[in-house]
Design a protein around this ligand. Structure first.
Ligand SMILES: [Zn+2]
Ligand SMILES: [Zn+2]
Length: 370
């Protein structure tokens, strides 16, 4: 009997597939109902931590430590206390470097305000390697204007990318049924922005099982160990090549069409802006400290940012070269020696994924990150 029960459980577990749900989509920015007009997020309580500094003990600091751990700023996983200790001070300093803030090590108002902003769920530091200012010895200036001077595009450890010979990529929605032509149009435009500056092409497929990239909207825990957190907070996450998994938080108020800056809801998020950012991850780009770049990790609500910055273009062209048709090439294609120094494809993914969320790879047999 116990054997039968165990076999049944195993069968059920194999059948488990994260269940995408209907997301909040709005094609008219004035149609968001008032009861959804909120800016409350799980991170709002961080506001109470403003002005605290090293040596103090404050209720709620343990949650902030978990926040920093999630995004790669604190390594250890246990004994999170409410003490403002060395680990937290170091995390704050690194965060301030990455986000072009004054490096004080304290929770000043600018820092807390930045921490509370909605953002991508992909860590800023992967496997101990920073993909932003703090990872570059020349980028240690505390100047708020540093980002405007130096390009800061970065990659995941090992520089995973889609292999040469597999540049014509397909993408699909899961499930296809909930996706309207307007939503397809948003993603099509987002992919086109990257296609215009690279040799890559993206074609819509009807099969999420066969497509290189699968796009899904999910609520909360959706089976990959990276649960979404409801309105605002983390908005989406994606995995480095060649995983192709692209997940968005179904709880967000996704504006599909119209001028998001005129939205009646303070929590309205422009779908295309987030899509362009996540596609950068799907292609192998990490986060950038350049505020104007698409790969900057945070985006405020009611904001539209869809144009690739020269920092984004240089980064993606380092991995793939320019569009052979000559569109908008701002940097030279990578040299053959440059490509040879990195393996590309699956072998490299392993290293990047291990640092991030290695347990996911074990559970699902593919490499996740974010
Ligand atoms: Zn991101
Ligand atoms: Zn996910």
């Amino acid at each position: 009997m116990r054997l039968i029960y165990s076999a049944l459980l195993l069968s059920l577990s194999l059948l488990y597939i994260p269940n995408p749900i209907s997301a909040h989509f709005f094609t008219n920015v004035t149609s968001i109902p008032p009861w959804l007009n909120t800016t409350r997020s799980n991170w709002e309580s961080f506001h109470n931590l403003s002005s605290y500094h090293f040596g103090q003990r404050v209720d709620g600091l343990n949650r902030l430590k978990k926040y920093f751990q999630y995004f790669g700023y604190i390594n250890h996983t246990s004994n999170f206390t409410d003490d403002f200790d060395d680990a937290l001070k170091s995390a704050v300093e690194t965060y301030q470097k990455n986000f072009n803030l004054n490096v004080t090590g304290s929770l000043d108002n600018d820092t807390v305000t930045q921490i509370m902003k909605p953002r991508c769920g992909v860590p800023d530091i992967v496997n101990g390697t920073s993909a932003m200012n703090s990872g570059n010895p020349i980028a240690t200036s505390s100047s708020k204007h540093f980002h405007s001077i130096v390009s800061r595009y970065e990659f995941f450890p090992g520089e995973p990318r889609w292999p040469e010979g597999h540049y014509d990529l397909t993408y699909a929605f899961n499930p296809e049924g909930d996706i309207t032509d307007e939503i397809r149009g948003v993603f099509s435009r987002a992919f086109d922005r990257w296609s215009r500056v690279t040799p890559l092409t993206f074609e819509l497929s009807t099969s999420p099982y066969l497509a290189d990239i699968t796009i899904g909207f999910f609520n909360g825990d959706h089976g990959d160990g990276e649960p979404f957190d409801g309105i605002l907070g983390t908005l989406a996450h994606a995995f480095s090549p060649p995983s192709g998994r692209f997940h968005l938080d179904a709880a967000e108020l996704w504006v599909v069409d119209g001028d998001v800056t005129r939205s009646t809801s303070l929590a309205a998020i422009d779908l295309e802006s987030v899509a362009v950012h996540e596609i950068g991850h799907l292609l192998g780009l990490g986060h950038s400290s350049v505020v104007e770049s698409i790969m900057y990790p945070a985006i405020t609500s009611r904001t539209r940012k869809v144009e690739l910055h020269s920092d984004d273009i240089m980064g993606v062209q380092y991995l793939y070269g320019a569009n052979p048709a000559g569109n908008n090439g701002s940097s030279s294609p990578p040299s053959s020696s440059g490509r040879e120094t990195s393996d590309g494809g699956g072998a490299l993914i392993s290293s990047s994924m291990c640092g991030l969320r290695a347990f996911l790879a074990i559970g699902f047999g593919f490499l996740l990150f974010f």
